[in-house]
Each structure stands twice: as C-alpha cells, then as structure tokens.
Write a protein that binds this ligand. Structure first.
Ligand SMILES: Nc1ncnc2c1ncn2[C@@H]1O[C@H](COP(=O)(O)OP(=O)(O)O)[C@@H](O)[C@H]1O
Ligand SMILES: [Mg+2]
Length: 297
C-alpha cells in the first residue's frame, strides 16, 4: 500500500514489535503489519491517529493539529482506549483477538493476532455480489453468533459492513474493527461517532437517535444485500426521502430462498420497530432454515 501520510516507517520498533508495512488507513487509525521481534509471530497493530485532529512530530509523537483541537483529540483518544478494552474483554472465535495494548508516542496501540485471508468487502465487489446461499450462511451464521455475544452483553458494534469482515481460510469469518463499539447505558440512546453510508440505519444519523441491537441488525441486512447485489445499498437518509431499494424479495426472487430475502428486507427496514430485535433473533431464523434444509436434502 502507498505510504500513508504520517504512518510509521518499516523497521520502526514499537515495544517488542517491528513494523513491516502499513496495510490500512482509516479516519481514526493506521493499521500496520508487524513482527514480534522475539517470537517472529506476525501481528497487526492499530495505531490511534485521527487525521483531522492530530499529526506526527519528527520524534514520532502525536500532537493536536492546533490548540483548538486538543480537547477533541483527548476525547477521541479515550474512545479509542474504550475500543481496546471492549475488544480485549470479548472472547469469541469470530471476533478479532487482542493480544496486547500499550501507549507510546502519546497515542495508543492495539495489537491483534494477524489473520491470513481476505476482506469480505473486497471479495464481494470483485465478484459483483452473487454469493451463493451456502457461502452466505457460512459467513453470516458465525458472524451473527459473534454479534449475539455482543448484544447479550449490552454492546453494539455499530460499524458492521463487508469491509469490517475478514474471511480466513475456508471463508471462516472474523468480525473486525470495534472502533465504533459502545456499551449501552440505561436509557439507551447514545451518540455515534461513526457512520457508514449504506450500512448505518436512520437512527445512527439522528442526534439523540435511539441506538440498540436493531441498529446492528440493519447493518447486517445491508451486508447481506451487498453480498447478493455486489454494491453498497442506498444510504438511509436518501431512502427516507426516496427509497430506491427494491425489496430483495422482488429483486432476487428465483435466485435466493424466499426466507433469506425476507430476512434481508426485514433487517433493512427503515423503521427500527419492523426489524428483528437483535442478532440472536436473526440467527435463530437462519439456523431454523439451515437445519430444515438439511433435513430435506
Ligand atoms: N487482525 C487482522 N488480521 C488481518 N488483517 C487485518 C486485521 N485487522 C485488520 N486487518 C485489515 O486491515 C483493515 C482495516 O482494519 P480495521 O480494523 O477495519 O480498521 P479501520 O478502523 O481503519 O477501518 C481490515 O479491513 C483488514 O483488511
Ligand atoms: Mg474498518
């Protein structure tokens, strides 16, 4: 990948890890491939680096772009540490595992096990969608189980999309990027600092919108749709003014089973109350039809 502005040079030592390359850059972080200098294990390191708020000094440390941004930078850094804590507290075979975290350069680092494989977002766009029902089940059953674990602990992922799903060997999915994750407080509604057009439901755009497990459900529905259609669905605010999303039941009749199309449409309902309530509910539908299918076949 082309060198990102402000990314650390290959060879840089961070704790016991040697940077090999920059493999990703988002609005809030840089992602590096690195190697444990002692064990030679490959790891992925996520560095907190919000590009609108901070820049790197010559000595590697982060500083606010200007004095006005100092407070925002600290607040954003606290959220990043929250992500690290959430990730480290979750132990699930389909949620990326945190192996270490530390503070250096006036910023935070999350160290994850490096997983071979590929990104579902890239895979789907290359194939132009059209994933088979079998493959979608192989991806979404474990993924929904991972989200069910989060929802059971009153946690929301809030940034589910194909780009945050990693496919290991045999298309074994891994849920990545808990950068937007939140623990629900009593009262429910929380502000979200991350929005992804096409995957975020209406309530995530609204100030004071009521977020809940149904918010992740919409994103899972939009992800299912993307696996069929090969493109990101119309963003929720545009759907509210003129919904151009033809129901999957019409658009993909004869291609996918009726129950899967119906589940996708229900999950993508603009009205949160019409969606399945949480990941567990969606999972139950999938398991029911998978097992029924096996009995028939
Ligand atoms: N543990 C990992 N193993 C392999 N690749 C990873 C890992 N974590 C992240 N990546 C790759 O880096 C990309 C960005 O990671 P992500 O956590 O989504 O960060 P961002 O906040 O920049 O979106 C992912 O889409 C994936 O391709
Ligand atoms: Mg991401």
């Amino acid at each position: 990948m082309a060198k990102a502005r402000d990314s650390l040079e290959p060879g840089t030592m961070l704790d016991c890890y040697r940077i090999v390359d920059t493999i990703g850059k988002g609005g809030f972080s840089l992602i590096y491939l690195a190697e444990d200098d002692e064990t030679s294990d490959q790891v992925v390191i996520k560095e907190f680096m919000p590009k609108r708020l901070a820049r790197r000094r010559g000595d590697g440390r982060l500083m606010p772009v200007d004095n006005k941004q100092r407070e925002a930078l600290y607040r954003s850094r606290r959220l990043f540490f929250q992500e690290a804590k959430v990730m480290a507290s979750l132990h699930h075979p389909h949620i990326v595992a945190v192996v270490n975290m530390f503070i250096r350069n006036d910023t935070g680092y999350i160290v994850m096990q490096h997983e071979r494989g590929r990104n579902l977002g890239q895979f789907v766009h290359e194939r132009g969608g059209k994933l088979s029902t079998t493959l979608m089940m192989r991806i979404f059953v474990p993924l929904l189980d991972a989200l069910k674990t989060m929802h059971a602990r009153a946690m929301l992922h809030l940034d589910v999309k194909p780009g945050n799903i990693h496919l290991r060997n045999g298309h074994d999915p891994l849920l990545l990027d808990l950068g937007a994750a939140q623990v629900l407080t009593v009262g429910g509604s929380t502000a979200s600092h991350v929005i992804t057009a096409g995957y975020s439901p209406p309530e995530q755009y609204r100030h004071g919108g009521k977020l809940g497990p149904w918010t992740d459900v919409y994103a899972v529905g939009a992800s299912l749709r993307c696996c069929m259609e090969g493109k990101t669905p119309q963003p929720a605010p545009d759907r509210l003014s003129e919904d151009a999303v033809v129901p999957a039941l019409e658009r993909f009749a004869d291609i996918y089973p009726r129950w899967l199309l119906q589940l996708t449409d229900e999950a993508m309902a603009l009205d949160a109350e019409r969606r399945p309530g949480d990941a567990g509910e969606m999972l139950a539908v999938m398991l029911h039809h998978r097992d029924a299918g096996m009995r028939v076949g």
